[in-house]
Design a protein around this ligand. Sequence first.
Ligand code: OGA
Ligand code: NI
Length: 333
Amino acid sequence: MEVERVQVIASLSSHTIPAEFVMPETEQPVATTFRGPIPEIPVIDLSDPDEENLVCRIAEASREWGFFQAVNHGIPTEVIRRLQEAGTEFFGLPQEEKEVYAKPEDAKSIEGYGTKHQKIVNGKKPWGDHLFHRIWPPSRINYQFWPKNPPSYREVNEEYGTHVRGFADKVFRSLSLGLGLEADAMKEAFGGEELEYMLKINYYPPCPRPDLTFGVLEHTDMSTLTILVPNEVPGLQVLKDNHWIDAKYVPNAIIVHMGDQIEVASNGYYKSVLHRTTVNKEKARMSWPVFLEPPPEFVVGPIPQLLNDQNPPKYKSKMFKDYAYCKLNKLPQ
Ligand code: OGA
Ligand code: NI
């Protein structure tokens, strides 16, 4: 069966959206978004020469929010601009050109162009399409899912990949030091140099009724870290103290989410953040998250040095692929 792309539905200009995208009234964005004075979402300057202060800020944000926006992160603005331009051009191609990269129906991997077609929460679908492909390590790259058009796509994604790895190393280092561990402890707990980098491009088309639906429904990422570049259209919300808070658009910032594996490895010290996205009436929202995942057979569990009588393990140690299986099939971990 042909999957219906949200981008195609959105192009059939209408004032309404199909019922399967309409959230129940009590769960719609207006009913559930926090309207009080917006608490300060952490924005952290990665160029801070005071390393101790930087480690504290990153650890504090990762513990209290599971989320922060990084500025002066060292990834050149030009590289980010070209990454965004290449992805935007891909989603602007005629539908049949994009379908060449469609995720094969029987594939085990999530790689490829796709749309969440199973109705995931309360029988409702999110308002967005996506493209997934790994960008690292080279042995795990499947160029079949990398667009050939625009022609610059491969080069800019490889270049961004190099920068994102350097940035991730800095964050892992701070998270390790923030826990009183050796600087390389966190990264090693997820497979070290074997870590896999899965890029996703989210494309949330303009939506005639942004008050009724979401771009992605609430979830935590099962990754270690997720490192995300947004476009200028705001929409990301994070849950803090039971309130859905809008993450404002900070020009040139890179967004960092703690995923489930960080929570497990830190034995609950850092929090995997619940998040979701709203959509926009006039503009397409796009984002480029990179999910940093342990290799499938790598066992992740609470880091032994953190454990003692007062801090017994709160999570099971298990292979990442088993964790993923349980999460995707909604089974207990
Ligand atoms: C995701 C996600 C957020 C965004 O794709 O897992 O949470 O800002 N995306 O698009
Ligand atoms: Ni997410």
